[in-house]
Design a protein around this ligand. Structure first.
Ligand code: PAF
Length: 258
């Protein structure tokens, strides 16, 4: 695996997986999908300041460079790109807007977050010029927004990778104390309970350590409330355990929500 800091050393036409580091098996699965699509698999690690509301969150974001290099290598990354701030955001760079979808659900709780995400992803795609870019379904709203700004790059979505108790893998899980980590499995329990939205909310309410932000059903093309015409419906959920924000989602059948 080659480690590069300048995007000009990257092979065009590759499969590309942008990350913010603190890699885990979930990222590993994205790299493995990249390997099935292209000879060259490029991963980037760039902790993007624009997508953090508070500077203390940016500072607290986990950084595990040595582990990241090992994991990227193990999962077949051919080029690990560690961009400089200057290359990503040269003087006079323009911020993109994530539009209305950037202001609801995750965007309502984290104002400006998705503007930061679409700005950095568009910039990364312009510099790498990949054929494919791969993103996890766990961040479903992010995935939908990225599809809208991807231009000619084919966006491939990858299924959420879960821990044994169903908790979606995330770099943030490392911030949970053991009892909080155990409590976090309530999210998966609720999602796969087969209950109505209200029934799922009641399951979540039974866990005293979990504070619900939202649990809603959406049409997964439009993000609007599903109608009988909706083909793909998804339940999206977000909340906190001791200030650690946890999100998840699951495809469901519309009949099961009634
Ligand atoms: O999902 C992430 O890790 C980040 O939001 C992304 C897509 C790498 C942009 O910084």
């Amino acid at each position: 695996m080659k480690i590069v800091t300048n995007s000009q050393e990257l092979p065009a036409g590759c499969a590309f997986i942008p990350t913010m580091g603190a890699l885990h098996e979930g990222h590993g699965s994205l790299f493995a999908i990249g390997k099935t699509r292209a000879e060259n698999v490029v991963a980037s690690i760039f902790v993007n300041p624009l997508q953090f509301e508070k500077s203390e969150d940016l500072e607290k974001y986990p950084r595990t460079p040595d582990r990241d290099i090992d994991l990227a290598e193990k999962f077949g990354v051919t080029h690990l790109w560690l961009p400089t701030q200057k290359e990503i955001y040269p003087a006079g760079y323009k911020t993109l807007s994530a539009g209305n979808l950037g202001t609801i659900y995750e965007g309502a709780s984290r104002p400006g977050h998705f503007d930061g995400v679409v700005t950095v992803v568009r910039r990364l795609l312009d510099l790498v010029k990949p054929k494919f870019a791969i993103f996890g379904e766990k961040d479903f709203q992010q995935l939908t927004l990225i599809r809208s700004i991807a231009g000619s790059v084919e966006i491939i979505s990858a299924p959420t990778i879960r821990e044994n108790d169903g908790l979606a893998m995330s770099s943030r899980n490392a911030r949970l104390a053991p009892d909080e980590r155990e409590a976090a499995s309530i999210i998966y329990k609720a999602l796969q309970s087969g209950k109505s939205l209200q029934g799922m909310r009641e399951i979540l309410a039974s866990e005293p350590l979990f504070t619900l932000d939202y649990l809603e059903a959406i049409d997964d093309e439009t993000f609007a409330a599903p109608t009988n015409m909706s083909v793909n419906v998804r339940v999206i959920v977000a909340g906190w355990i001791n200030q650690v924000r946890l999100i998840d989602n699951m495809a469901v059948r519309i009949e099961s929500l009634k």
